[in-house]
Design a protein around this ligand. Structure first.
Ligand SMILES: [Zn+2]
Length: 160
Protein backbone atom coordinates (compact mmCIF):
# COMPACT_ATOMS: atom_id res chain seq x y z
CA UNK A 1 0.00 0.00 0.00
CA UNK A 2 1.40 3.45 -0.87
CA UNK A 3 2.44 5.60 2.07
CA UNK A 4 0.16 8.49 1.12
CA UNK A 5 -3.22 8.83 -0.53
CA UNK A 6 -3.48 10.40 -3.96
CA UNK A 7 -4.86 13.55 -2.33
CA UNK A 8 -1.89 13.72 0.06
CA UNK A 9 0.54 13.12 -2.79
CA UNK A 10 -0.90 16.00 -4.76
CA UNK A 11 -0.70 18.27 -1.70
CA UNK A 12 2.96 17.44 -1.12
CA UNK A 13 3.73 17.99 -4.80
CA UNK A 14 1.93 21.33 -4.71
CA UNK A 15 3.99 22.25 -1.64
CA UNK A 16 7.17 21.40 -3.58
CA UNK A 17 5.98 23.55 -6.48
CA UNK A 18 5.20 26.48 -4.17
CA UNK A 19 8.69 26.18 -2.67
CA UNK A 20 10.18 26.19 -6.17
CA UNK A 21 8.28 29.32 -7.23
CA UNK A 22 9.16 31.19 -4.04
CA UNK A 23 12.79 30.16 -4.41
CA UNK A 24 13.05 31.99 -7.74
CA UNK A 25 12.36 35.34 -6.12
CA UNK A 26 14.70 34.36 -3.29
CA UNK A 27 17.51 34.05 -5.82
CA UNK A 28 17.66 30.26 -6.17
CA UNK A 29 16.84 27.84 -8.94
CA UNK A 30 13.22 26.95 -9.76
CA UNK A 31 13.19 23.68 -7.86
CA UNK A 32 11.60 22.58 -4.60
CA UNK A 33 11.24 19.26 -2.82
CA UNK A 34 9.93 17.75 0.37
CA UNK A 35 10.82 14.51 2.12
CA UNK A 36 8.02 13.08 4.21
CA UNK A 37 9.40 10.75 6.88
CA UNK A 38 7.38 7.83 8.27
CA UNK A 39 6.38 9.93 11.31
CA UNK A 40 4.57 12.29 8.92
CA UNK A 41 7.03 15.15 9.35
CA UNK A 42 7.67 17.23 6.22
CA UNK A 43 11.26 18.29 5.51
CA UNK A 44 11.61 21.01 2.90
CA UNK A 45 14.38 21.73 0.43
CA UNK A 46 14.97 24.30 -2.28
CA UNK A 47 17.68 24.60 -4.86
CA UNK A 48 20.62 26.60 -3.43
CA UNK A 49 23.25 26.01 -6.12
CA UNK A 50 23.87 29.66 -6.94
CA UNK A 51 23.08 31.00 -3.46
CA UNK A 52 25.60 28.71 -1.75
CA UNK A 53 27.99 28.14 -4.67
CA UNK A 54 27.24 24.46 -4.16
CA UNK A 55 26.68 22.51 -7.38
CA UNK A 56 25.18 19.65 -5.35
CA UNK A 57 22.62 21.78 -3.51
CA UNK A 58 19.67 20.54 -5.53
CA UNK A 59 16.29 20.82 -3.83
CA UNK A 60 16.01 17.07 -3.38
CA UNK A 61 19.49 16.78 -1.87
CA UNK A 62 18.79 19.73 0.46
CA UNK A 63 15.52 18.11 1.57
CA UNK A 64 17.23 14.76 2.13
CA UNK A 65 19.99 16.41 4.16
CA UNK A 66 17.41 18.20 6.28
CA UNK A 67 15.31 15.06 6.82
CA UNK A 68 18.39 13.10 7.86
CA UNK A 69 19.58 15.87 10.18
CA UNK A 70 16.11 16.41 11.69
CA UNK A 71 15.66 12.70 12.38
CA UNK A 72 19.32 12.20 13.32
CA UNK A 73 19.44 9.20 10.97
CA UNK A 74 21.26 8.67 7.67
CA UNK A 75 18.75 5.93 6.78
CA UNK A 76 15.43 7.36 5.61
CA UNK A 77 13.75 4.03 4.93
CA UNK A 78 10.00 4.44 4.60
CA UNK A 79 10.24 8.07 3.57
CA UNK A 80 8.81 9.54 0.38
CA UNK A 81 10.38 12.24 -1.81
CA UNK A 82 8.20 14.76 -3.60
CA UNK A 83 9.90 17.00 -6.14
CA UNK A 84 8.65 19.89 -8.23
CA UNK A 85 10.67 18.45 -11.14
CA UNK A 86 11.95 15.03 -12.14
CA UNK A 87 14.99 14.25 -9.98
CA UNK A 88 18.26 14.33 -11.91
CA UNK A 89 20.80 11.48 -11.68
CA UNK A 90 22.51 13.20 -8.71
CA UNK A 91 19.26 13.38 -6.79
CA UNK A 92 18.22 9.85 -7.73
CA UNK A 93 21.55 8.61 -6.42
CA UNK A 94 21.14 10.59 -3.19
CA UNK A 95 17.64 9.15 -2.87
CA UNK A 96 18.96 5.61 -3.29
CA UNK A 97 21.67 6.24 -0.69
CA UNK A 98 19.03 7.61 1.68
CA UNK A 99 16.96 4.43 1.18
CA UNK A 100 13.91 6.51 0.40
CA UNK A 101 11.25 4.19 -0.91
CA UNK A 102 9.18 6.25 -3.32
CA UNK A 103 9.53 9.34 -5.49
CA UNK A 104 6.87 11.53 -7.07
CA UNK A 105 7.59 14.50 -9.32
CA UNK A 106 5.55 17.10 -11.19
CA UNK A 107 7.49 18.66 -14.11
CA UNK A 108 9.84 16.46 -16.11
CA UNK A 109 13.40 16.61 -17.52
CA UNK A 110 12.19 18.04 -20.80
CA UNK A 111 10.54 20.99 -19.08
CA UNK A 112 13.78 21.53 -17.17
CA UNK A 113 15.74 21.40 -20.43
CA UNK A 114 13.45 24.00 -21.99
CA UNK A 115 14.21 26.25 -19.00
CA UNK A 116 17.95 25.85 -19.64
CA UNK A 117 18.90 23.05 -17.25
CA UNK A 118 21.12 20.10 -18.17
CA UNK A 119 19.15 17.21 -16.66
CA UNK A 120 18.29 15.67 -20.04
CA UNK A 121 21.92 15.82 -21.15
CA UNK A 122 23.14 14.10 -17.97
CA UNK A 123 20.57 11.35 -18.42
CA UNK A 124 22.17 10.70 -21.82
CA UNK A 125 25.56 10.37 -20.13
CA UNK A 126 24.26 7.79 -17.69
CA UNK A 127 22.51 5.98 -20.53
CA UNK A 128 25.94 5.64 -22.11
CA UNK A 129 25.26 7.66 -25.24
CA UNK A 130 27.40 10.71 -24.37
CA UNK A 131 30.59 9.29 -22.78
CA UNK A 132 32.63 12.30 -23.91
CA UNK A 133 30.90 14.50 -21.32
CA UNK A 134 33.04 12.99 -18.58
CA UNK A 135 35.82 10.46 -19.10
CA UNK A 136 36.18 8.26 -16.02
CA UNK A 137 39.19 5.97 -15.91
CA UNK A 138 39.85 3.00 -13.67
CA UNK A 139 43.42 3.45 -12.43
CA UNK A 140 44.18 0.52 -10.11
CA UNK A 141 47.10 0.78 -7.68
CA UNK A 142 48.56 -1.74 -5.27
CA UNK A 143 46.88 0.10 -2.40
CA UNK A 144 43.51 0.43 -4.15
CA UNK A 145 41.64 -1.93 -1.82
CA UNK A 146 43.44 -0.91 1.37
CA UNK A 147 40.63 1.42 2.55
CA UNK A 148 38.19 -1.50 2.35
CA UNK A 149 40.58 -3.69 4.29
CA UNK A 150 40.81 -1.00 6.98
CA UNK A 151 37.02 -0.81 7.04
CA UNK A 152 36.51 -4.57 7.37
CA UNK A 153 39.05 -4.68 10.18
CA UNK A 154 37.60 -1.72 12.11
CA UNK A 155 35.40 -3.07 14.88
CA UNK A 156 33.78 0.31 15.55
CA UNK A 157 32.40 0.81 12.04
CA UNK A 158 28.84 1.92 11.49
CA UNK A 159 27.56 -0.12 8.56
CA UNK A 160 25.39 1.62 5.99
ZN1 LIG B 1 19.13 17.02 -8.93
Amino acid sequence: MPAHSEEQRNEYLEQAIRLAIRNVSDGGGPFGAVVVTPDGAVHEGVNRVTLDNDPTAHAEVVAIRRAAADTANFDLTGSVLYASCEPCPLCLSATLWARIGNVYYAADRHGAARAGFDDALFYEYFAGTRPELLPVEHTPLTASDSPFEAWRNYAGRVDY
